[in-house]
Design a protein around this ligand. Structure first.
Ligand code: CP
Ligand code: NVA
Length: 341
């Protein structure tokens, strides 16, 4: 853990596979500490944190706020519209100001370039709370959830179905490759991962032994999966519903797809980073149904799978807090307080 002190976490490859594993195990330890004693060590006592969001958020914001509280820090939230950030002041100047005012910065934004500018000029650790390209804090929670479920990671097969070019697909492909988890990306040809990202993942996979499959074929793609993972068809900041519904409807996660894995029920789970469109009660989904004359408000996953025994999306969401605490404590916390148990 000490090797991460003072560091930013802008993308998974900023850390080594050993460091990513250490973060997952630290998350599990913090969760147990909280469950057993009702509190956690104040690794961030009196630290000041800025939580900057250029896109909306539920889980990530709450995890940084509540996790920061648990660790003894003070947090200040900046919403997507009401500060000078991104409009009246350059990212570099804002970063300098944040670095003067605080000890750590969570940043949810658009381009990865701005994430890098933030880290370069802030002079304090910056944690990427989601960019168009990566969602690294989500990865620690996701692989923590998988480890809790299966007891180990190496050799499992995670299949991401849907928009294979979004932040979640990129992050799962690279992180799985780092950890020896086989990753299948099942997506239409035009939505398969960028070749740069495929190359990065392939390099990690060579060392970890992970098998990578990128295919548009659902049947071969989902075969032997332990985890079926999906995400929204239209990510934040985009509005191309019509095109995406047409392209991705065949890739909806339903019970037929779960069965096509051929995996015994007790070795199979469903995951989703959330928020999910599986239900007509979601206003955006209901609007899309009306506008595009759809038969059902279920998009990337059916209500049946979402609510089935396979679903792990809610414990996954809960694990965001423990894993974000681990990331903050490892990079900014007082690790002299760390004890083995
Ligand atoms: N999974 C995730 O990042 O959720 P939020 O957008 O609610 O933070
Ligand atoms: N791909 C989604 C992830 C949300 C957590 C988005 O960027 O909107």
């Amino acid at each position: 853990l000490k090797s991460m002190q003072g560091r930013s976490f802008l993308k998974e490859a900023d850390f080594t596979p050993a460091q990513i594993k250490a973060l997952i195990d630290f998350s599990i330890k913090l969760k147990a500490e909280k469950q057993q004693t009702g509190k956690v060590t104040k690794y961030l006592h009196d630290k000041d944190l800025i939580l900057l969001f250029q896109k909306t958020s539920t889980r990530t914001r709450l995890s940084f706020e509540l996790g920061g509280d648990d660790l003894g820090a003070n947090t200040a939230y900046i919403d997507p519209t009401s500060s000078q950030f991104g409009k009246k002041e350059s990212v570099a100047d804002s970063a300098r100001v944040f670095g003067e005012l605080a000890d750590g910065i969570e940043y949810r934004g658009f381009s990865q370039k701005n994430m890098e500018i933030m880290a370069e000029h802030a002079g304090v650790p910056v944690w990427n709370g989601l960019s168009n390209e990566w969602h690294p804090t989500q990865m620690i929670a996701d692989f923590m959830t998988i480890k809790e479920n299966f007891g180990h990671l190496k050799g499992l097969t995670l299949t991401f179905v849907g928009d294979g070019r979004n932040n979640m697909a990129n992050s799962l492909l690279v992180t799985g490759s780092m950890l020896g988890v086989n990753v299948h990306i099942v997506a239409p040809n035009s939505l398969q991962p960028d070749s740069k990202i495929q190359k990065l993942a392939a390099n990690f996979a060579k060392k970890s032994g992970a098998q990578l499959v990128i295919t548009s074929n659902i049947e071969t793609g989902v075969k032997n999966s332990n985890i079926i993972y999906t995400d929204v068809w239209v990510s934040m900041g985009k509005t191309n519903w019509q095109e995406r519904i047409k392209l991705l409807s065949p890739y909806q996660v339903n019970m037929k797809m779960m069965q096509a894995t051929g995996t015994p029920d007790e070795q199979l789970i469903f995951m989703h980073c959330l928020p999910a469109f599986h239900d007509g009660n979601i206003s955006t989904a209901a609007e899309a149904v009306k506008k595009y004359n759809l038969k059902s408000p279920e998009m990337e996953v059916t209500d049946e799978v979402f609510k089935s025994k396979f679903g792990r999306q809610f414990s996954e969401a809960g694990n965001r807090k423990h894993s974000i605490m681990a990331i903050m404590a490892a990079t900014l916390g007082d690790l002299t307080l760390y004890t083995e148990h």
